[in-house]
Design a protein around this ligand. Structure first.
Ligand code: ADP
Ligand code: MG
Length: 357
C-alpha cells in the first residue's frame, strides 16, 4: 500500500486546460472519492494518476516516488472501469489470473490468488463461466476480482457502478466499502453521484471545471460547505438558496429579500450589515409551522414513506422542505417552513464563499 500525492497538476488538450492546478494528498490506506459534474476532469485526473494520460505540469507521487515518467504497468496500481473491460473469450478464472500470467507468475501462485479473490467476492461458483454468461453485477465483481488478484499499492475506480441498476448499485457500493475495510488498500474512486461519494468516502474531493472546490470528510462537506458550489452539489434534495441583504439591528440579524420577506438568522451570524448574501438552509433542517421562518405556498407533495418532501414557492422562488410529519400539506395552501437557526448557511453573494464568524 502507498500514499498518493498530486501537486499542482495541470492538463492541457491543445489550448484547452481541463485540469487547472490540482493538489490532493491521499494518505496510505485512505478511500478517497473524486466527485463533480460530468466533464469537470475526474477521469482525466484518475488517468493521469494511472499513467494512461501524460501530465502537462506538476508532479504525481506514489509512496515516495515521483511517477511522472513511470509507465502504467510499473506504477503498481489496478484500475476498475465502468465498462469492466473483461476479455470475452476468457473464463472468469482466466480473466482474473491474466495479469499474473503476463508477469509470468507460477501457476500455483495464480491459482491461489484467484481462489482468494474469488472467495472474497463470492465468485467461487462462477470461475469456469464466460463473461456473457454473467449478470451485470457478476461482471462487475469479476472486474474487481481482477484488480484484487494483483494486490496493488493503489486501486483506481472510474464510475464502476454506473452500468448497474439502482438496487445493485446500492448493494455494490456497500460491498466495495466492506472490501476496503478488509484490504485497506489506498483507493481513489471517481463518481458523479454525490450520494455514492457521501456513503463510500473517508474523504471527498469536490471538483468543478478542472479545479478542487473543497476537500473534506462527507460530514464536513455537508455541515460546512466552503462555497455555493459545494453547498448546492452535496445533499439531496438540494439545499435551498435564497438571495438577499444581511441586516443587523439591536443585536438581531436577518436576511432581507427583494420580495420583502425577512429570513431569520441566529444572533451570532457572520457578515456585515448591508452585505449582499445568499441564505442557505437544507430541506431537512426546517420544520413545518404556522408562523415564522419562510412563508411559503405549498406546491407538490411527495411522500417517500420515511418522510415527506414538500415543494413550495417563497415569493416566486422554489424551495423544498423534508419533514418527518406525514400530513398537513395541502397544495395551494399557505404555511411556514421554520429553519433551525444553527443550521443556516450564509454565503457572500459576490464571491460565493461561505461567511464565517
Ligand atoms: P469527467 O470524467 O469529470 O466527466 P473528463 O476528465 O472525462 O471529465 O473530461 C474533462 C474535460 O476534458 C472535458 O471537457 C472533456 O471534453 C475534455 N477531454 C477529455 N479527454 C479529452 C481528449 N482526449 N481530448 C480533448 N479533450 C478531452
Ligand atoms: Mg469520467
Amino acid at each position: 500500500m502507498a500514499s498518493v500525492t498530486v501537486q499542482q497538476v495541470r492538463k492541457k488538450y491543445g489550448a484547452l486546460e481541463v485540469i487547472r492546478g490540482i493538489d490532493v494528498a491521499i494518505p496510505d490506506g485512505e478511500f478517497v472519492v473524486l466527485v463533480g459534474p460530468s466533464g469537470c476532469g475526474k477521469s482525466t485526473l484518475l488517468r493521469m494518476i494511472a499513467g494512461l494520460e501524460a501530465i502537462t505540469d506538476g508532479t504525481i507521487s506514489i509512496g515516495d516516488a515521483v511517477v511522472n515518467a513511470v509507465p502504467p504497468k510499473d506504477r503498481d496500481i489496478a484500475m476498475v472501469f465502468q465498462n469492466y473491460a473483461l476479455y470475452p473469450h476468457m473464463t472468469v478464472r482466466e480473466n482474473m489470473g491474466f495479469s499474473l500470467k503476463l508477469r509470468k507468475a507460477d501457476k500455483s501462485e495464480i491459482d491461489e490468488r484467484v481462489a482468494t479473490a474469488a472467495g472474497i467476492l463470492g465468485l467461487g461458483q462462477l470461475l469456469d463461466r464466460y463473461p456473457k454468461q454473467l449478470s451485470g453485477g457478476q461482471r462487475q465483481r469479476v472486474a474487481m476480482g481482477r484488480a484484487i488478484v494483483r494486490n496493488p499499492q493503489v486501486f483506481l475506480f472510474d464510475e464502476p457502478l454506473s452500468n448497474l441498476d439502482a438496487k445493485l448499485r446500492v448493494q455494490m457500493r456497500t460491498e466495495i466499502k466492506a472490501l476496503h475495510q478488509q484490504l485497506k488498500t489506498t483507493s481513489i474512486y471517481v463518481t458523479h453521484d454525490q450520494i455514492e461519494a457521501m456513503t463510500m468516502a473517508d474523504r471527498i474531493v469536490v471538483m468543478h471545471d478542472g479545479i478542487v472546490e473543497q476537500i473534506g470528510s462527507p460530514l464536513e462537506l455537508y455541515d460546512t460547505p466552503a462555497n455555493l458550489f459545494v453547498a448546492g452539489f452535496i445533499g439531496s434534495p438540494a439545499i435551498n438558496l435564497i438571495s438577499g441583504r444581511l441586516r443587523r439591528d439591536n443585536g438581531h440579524a436577518w436576511v432581507a429579500t427583494e420580495a420583502g420577506i425577512d429570513l431569520p438568522l441566529g444572533a451570532n451570524a457572520a457578515g456585515q450589515d448591508g452585505q449582499a448574501v445568499v441564505y442557505g438552509i437544507r430541506p431537512e433542517h426546517m420544520a413545518p409551522g404556522s408562523q415564522g421562518g419562510l412563508p411559503v405556498t405549498v406546491g407538490v407533495v411527495e411522500p417517500t414513506g420515511a418522510n415527506t418532501f414538500v415543494y413550495a414557492t417563497l415569493a416566486g422562488a422554489q424551495v423544498c422542505g423534508v419533514f418527518a410529519e406525514r400530513s398537513g400539506y395541502a397544495p395551494g395552501a399557505a404555511m411556514h417552513f421554520v429553519p433551525q437557526l444553527d443550521r443556516v448557511h450564509l454565503f457572500d453573494a459576490a464571491s460565493g464563499q461561505r461567511l464565517v464568524v
